[in-house]
Ligand binder design. Structure first.
Ligand code: FAD
Length: 342
């Protein structure tokens, strides 16, 4: 058990902001968790587990407890036959490396989730999704350390309360489970149309008509790389706001005033408005805010970029400017996607 003290949390968030952790420790094996949780209980300090920090913002006050960094590695296949493969990956595995390996083995299921930054263990937390695929579609079970029971438990996907960018781990059971591994069911068959709109357009543009997991992965990487900044190079948390859902009455009202409103209807008949469109129309595309040192990414206004900000307070001030402008113009309140911790 190796516990560091007073560690700057800016190194553990892709936005590179925040105060210090009172204590911090890397977890390399699931069996290291029980002793360190006992240590935290004895010393009466709160505990939180994170991965690569790509979806969190630390407060300037820092965290007065123990931050556990999940570094648990594992890549194990089982029950493999001509058509199926079950894959268990450690919570600390780099997510895109997992996708790359599964795709290179010829299995389908993860390819739409290519190039999403972060760790495998974090993917169930917000039911990570992209290009029409969500973790809930392919996850079978996960293993987690249950802090209340003090032991490792196995949980089926059906018990995770998955929803759009959410799960029980973000809501009722926040901080209750430390995810040590995740198991996926993948298939040996080629992905089939219809594809998500941007993929469909990409394939049409490139005259691609044969689809394999690798073809879809390559397309997703090309589309994402063209519009999203690499968090290793540019300090950002990806999309900073969720796409809001509105009622049909609100849609009619907005369409009268804004006929080009960008929205879609989900498979469960909910109306989802493009948060990027709202932010852009509110005047924040490629904005550089001298007061806070924050900016929006020119190619994707939903991404807030830390250019020169020194404090999380600067980020939150810039965020509020956007939220207020969107609210004034459209009467919609945007909700923040990256979690503000603690
Ligand atoms: C450029 C960019 C693009 C992105 N694109 C997408 C996208 O297309 N779709 C999408 O859904 N997300 C996207 N994200 C968000 C982010 O990549 C995902 O949410 C990712 O899963 C976060 O992984 P992480 O390891 O960095 O988690 P962290 O940011 O470290 O943690 C996120 C949350 O999960 C909890 N957590 C992390 N690991 C564990 C664990 N092992 N056990 C229990 N709790 C844990 C943390 O406490 C925290 O609440 C993007 C982010 C960036 C920067």
């Amino acid at each position: 058990m190796h516990i560091l003290e007073n560690v700057p949390l800016s190194s553990y968030s892709a936005m590179r902001l925040g105060g210090n952790a009172r204590y911090l420790s890397e977890i390399n094996d699931r069996f290291e968790i029980a002793p360190i949780i006992n240590w935290a209980a004895q010393n009466i300090v709160p505990v939180i587990m994170v991965g690569d920090g790509t979806n969190i913002v630390w407060r300037d006050e820092g965290f007065p407890g123990l931050v556990l960094i999940n570094k648990i590695k594992r890549f194990e296949t089982f029950n493999v036959d001509d058509d199926n493969m079950y894959l268990t990956v450690g919570g600390g595995e780099n997510w895109d490396s997992v996708v790359e390996r599964a795709v290179s083995m010829g299995y389908s299921g993860l390819e739409e989730l290519s190039l999403i930054p972060g760790t495998a263990g974090a993917t169930p937390v917000q039911n990570v999704g992209a290009y029409g695929r969500e973790v809930k579609d392919i996850m079978t079970t996960l293993e987690a350390y249950d802090i209340m029971q003090g032991k490792l438990v196995t949980m089926p996907a059906s018990d995770c309360a998955f929803g759009y960018r959410t799960s029980r781990f973000k809501t009722i059971d926040r901080g209750h489970f430390l995810i040590t591994s995740v198991t996926f069911h993948l298939v040996r068959s080629n992905p089939k149309p219809p594809f998500y709109d941007s993929l469909r357009l990409y394939f049409a543009d490139k005259s691609i008509t044969t689809f394999t997991p690798q073809v879809v992965r390559d397309a997703v990487i090309a589309i994402r790389s063209a519009k999203l900044p690499d968090p290793k190079v540019v300090a950002n948390n990806g999309s900073f706001f969720f796409n809001p859902f509105i009622s049909s009455e609100k849609l009619s009202q907005l369409l009268e005033e804004f006929p080009t409103l960008s929205y879609s209807v989900t498979s469960d008949d909910r109306i989802k408005v493009s948060a990027a469109w709202l932010v852009e129309q509110a005047g924040f595309k490629g904005a550089h805010d001298a007061e806070t040192g924050m900016a929006t990414w020119a190619k994707q206004p939903l991404i807030l970029v830390n250019e020169k900000a020194q404090k999380t307070a600067d980020l939150l001030k810039f965020k509020q400017k956007i939220v207020d402008a969107v609210k004034d113009k459209f009467g919609i309140t945007l909700q923040q996607e990256p979690e503000l911790l603690p």
